[in-house]
Design a protein around this ligand. Structure first.
Ligand SMILES: Nc1ncnc2c1ncn2[C@@H]1O[C@H](COP(=O)(O)OP(=O)(O)OP(=O)(O)O)[C@@H](O)[C@H]1O
Length: 710
């Protein structure tokens, strides 16, 4: 039964459970009412719903600061080789990403499961999958799984269970979902009664009303028992009550942890530390923003602490822990986290080797500073193995190897480098593989790095999906000619609705990223850009600025898709086809970190809608398109005229290359060219840019009608 509301504010509510609140009002009062709804609904969700967070994988790979045409060639041939070998996972050395806008006029309601109501998770049972299987390269064969779920402590409002499973089958667990029938009625009566009168309140000053309504909502729903209504807006389901000092960690590590403000362990930290301290290999899967970096760094530091001191006369002191990250930003971030934990370990040093910086500078640093822990991107590490005197010797001391974003590091793009690196470190070592997604096909590949008795720790409860329940996910379908206006409209509305907005916009390639950043800059939005065509110093500076800022929009490629920890991102926008389901999950994982609220929107063209079938198990809902006034369309078209032609030409070529590598679209070349020319027109180019014959040849697009060659 629809709720009755003043004409000015109309919420579409389906029969409860409330699944979707949409607004048809431009009234300034609507936003804070939506916030009122959303965190009230979220509160219900958190109170009755357990949630584990996963870890995103990072993307982008070794990108060079500026690229010559030949480097573009390499990029294209990467795409082409990936396409030819039928592998859907090629290493995109340039950037490719997405973004999706916000939804002022969309539901502030949370994503609900099919029935719309959160269940109370009662308990998990995991089936035992034992046994070994011979497999893997380098003589490291399949692990025997550890068994059994480890019942978590009973929490006041919900229960945490960790489940360790044999990755071989990732045995199906039966989640005993206790469906709380009464809560349906509770929610219905509360919503019918509790909000009816609240919303009859006249809006005066937004802030004053918001506070008033918050308090009224709090008493209406018993929130006032919470220390603060705002507190219910985050879910602490990623934290446990286990303290770090309950484990045998060095006192000075514990001191640094305390200084870092880490009071208790996160679920993945609690689940993996005891296994690692026992000396085992670990394959760990956990949702985004839940502390996986600390989960692998802390025990790695303990290994270094327990290692005998190096002879000061040794000119090639051993590197004891090696952490591999897929992108430079991520490597820098992990090294920063390591330095935080090493605050009181004066003799232990961490160094970083990444592309985009001078090899010689890195060689000097590693020679003159302590380097028991090395964080590296694969390509640059391989360079050092092959070109830095004595470096290979130093790697013979590695006791711990970490693959962060393991699923991405082990896919086609990085595989050769990773195999080269594995062959350069001792077989007798501990190995930790962490990621938020471990697709089936990657699970087998993990075995090239893991030991027989490794354990698979899965902190992602089945049934909750690999994304956060507290992050609202929407998608919109619109023809390409509307994408730029739609993006601008949604960004502008999000900015109006969120004074502390912090938005990440993902685009499909580096050059499309540049185009969109230029366009949004022309439209006077506060925009920064990160992608492979920017020098590393610029990328690092912008990354640090965005991490510390609010009121900013970062337009980026997939170099920012995995793992980068930007606090309080309010919205992740993905425009165009994600590389794959994992990439969608990891990009979305830039928001909703540490249990905080977040929003994601995926904006697709009608011919990209097939991608949604790969997200069926995720709580993503369709959102109707907001109305775009003709003035906005004119403004965007005018702004496009100020974007440099060469940027549009580069974007067109990169767009063609990217979609050519997407099997579902690239296989029909004529259709692909038609779509590319639709994209060209959306940039205001009725006549598509000409493309060098050499590149068309690489793409396998020579003589395709509709293309112009030069
Ligand atoms: N025990 C803890 N208590 C509170 N905060 C923590 C704890 N451990 C880590 N954090 C913080 O949580 C945030 C997310 O950590 P981190 O980036 O390692 O998450 P992640 O699981 O690796 O996410 P992603 O998959 O995006 O890389 C960071 O800001 C980190 O400082």
């Amino acid at each position: 039964m629809p709720l009755k509301f003043p004409l000015r504010i109309r919420f579409f509510t389906h029969s409860l459970p409330i699944t979707h609140l949409a607004y048809h009002s431009s009234s300034s009062s609507v936003p804070f009412l939506s916030r009122l709804f959303s965190f009230r609904l979220n509160y219900f969700e958190f109170r009755s719903h357990i949630n584990f967070s996963t870890h995103p994988s990072r993307d982008g790979g070794e990108n060079r600061a500026s690229k010559s045409l030949i480097e573009d060639e390499e990029e294209l041939s990467n795409w082409m080789s990936g396409f030819r070998t039928g592998s859907s996972r090629v290493r995109i050395t340039s950037d490719d990403e997405d973004s999706g806008p916000d939804l002022k006029d969309r539901s502030r309601g949370i994503n609900q499961d099919r029935r719309g109501i959160r269940y109370k998770v009662d308990s998990f049972r995991d089936k035992r999958y034992g046994g070994d299987r011979e497999s893997g390269l380098n003589g490291r064969i399949l692990g025997k799984s550890s068994q059994g779920s480890v019942p978590g402590r009973k929490e006041t409002s919900f229960r945490r269970d960790r489940v360790r499973e044999d990755y071989k089958g990732l045995g199906k667990r039966e989640d005993l979902l206790l469906e709380d029938k009464s809560s349906d009625e509770d929610v219905k009566s509360l919503a019918m009664g509790g909000f009816g009168d609240l919303l009859s309140e006249e809006d005066e000053e937004e802030d004053q009303d918001y506070e008033f309504l918050k308090k009224k909502a709090a008493s209406a729903f018993g929130f006032d028992k919470a220390s603060n209504v705002d507190d219910v807006k985050t879910s602490d389901s990623y934290l446990t009550k286990t303290r770090f000092d309950q484990y045998p960690l060095s006192p000075i590590s514990l001191k640094a942890i305390k200084d870092a403000g880490y009071e208790t362990m996160t679920v993945v930290q609690e689940a993996t530390l005891p296994i690692i301290l026992k000396g085992k290999d670990v394959l760990a899967k956990a949702k985004t923003g839940t502390g996986k970096t600390v989960a692998f760094l802390l025990p790695s530091i303990e290994v270094v602490v327990k290692s005998p001191p190096t002879n000061p006369d040794n000119m090639r002191p051993p590197i004891l822990a090696l952490v591999i990250c897929p992108t430079r930003e991520l490597a820098n971030q992990a090294a920063t986290e390591a330095n935080t934990l090493l605050k009181y370990h004066p003799t232990i040093g961490v160094q970083v080797v990444i592309g985009g910086t001078r090899l010689g500078l890195e060689q000097k640093r590693m020679q003159t500073n302590p380097c028991q822990i090395l964080v590296a991107t694969p390509g640059r590490l391989k360079d050092h193995i092959e070109n830095t005197p004595g470096f290979a010797t130093r790697l013979k001391g590695v006791k711990v190897l970490v693959l962060d974003e393991a699923d991405h590091l082990l896919d086609m793009g990085f595989r050769k480098d990773i195999e080269r690196i594995i062959s350069a470190v001792p077989k007798e070592r501990q190995t930790f593989l962490f990621s938020a997604t471990v697709p089936e096909e990657v699970r087998q590949i993990c075995l090239i790095a893991l030991r027989r008795d490794h354990e698979f720790v899965n902190c992602v409860h089945e049934g909750t999906g690999e994304t956060h329940q507290h992050v609202r996910q929407m998608h919109m379908i619109a023809s390409l000619d509307r994408h730029f206006s739609l993006l601008y409209t949604l960004l502008r509305e999000h900015i109006m609705d969120n004074v502390d907005y912090k938005v990440i916009v993902f685009c499909t390639t580096a050059m499309v990223t540049k185009l969109v950043a230029d366009l949004l800059g022309e439209l006077n939005l506060n925009v920064r850009e990160i992608h492979s065509r920017k020098p590393q110093s610029y990328r690092t500076r912008v990354s640090n600025e965005f991490r510390k800022s609010k009121g900013l929009i970062l337009v980026t490629s997939d170099v920012s898709a995995r793992g980068v920890d930007y606090p309080d991102v309010t919205l992740v926008l993905q425009v165009g086809l994600p590389k794959d389901r994992e990439q969608y999950i990891h990009r979305l994982g830039r928001t909703g970190r540490k249990g905080k609220e977040g929003e994601g929107l995926l904006l697709l063209a009608p011919w990209e809608e097939y991608f949604l079938s790969s997200l069926r198990d995720l709580p993503i809902t369709k959102s109707p398109l907001p109305s775009i006034d003709p003035e906005t369309v004119k403004k965007v078209q005018k702004a496009l005229c100020h974007v440099e032609m060469r940027n549009k030409e580069a974007a067109y070529q990169a767009w063609l290359g990217y979609y050519n590598s997407q099997k579902m679209i690239g296989r029909d070349k004529e259709r692909l060219v038609e779509l590319a020319n639709e994209f060209s027109r959306s940039m205001g180019l009725d006549n598509p840019p000409a493309i060098p014959k050499l590149i068309l040849g690489k793409m396998g697009l020579k003589n395709v009608p509709g293309l112009r060659a030069k």
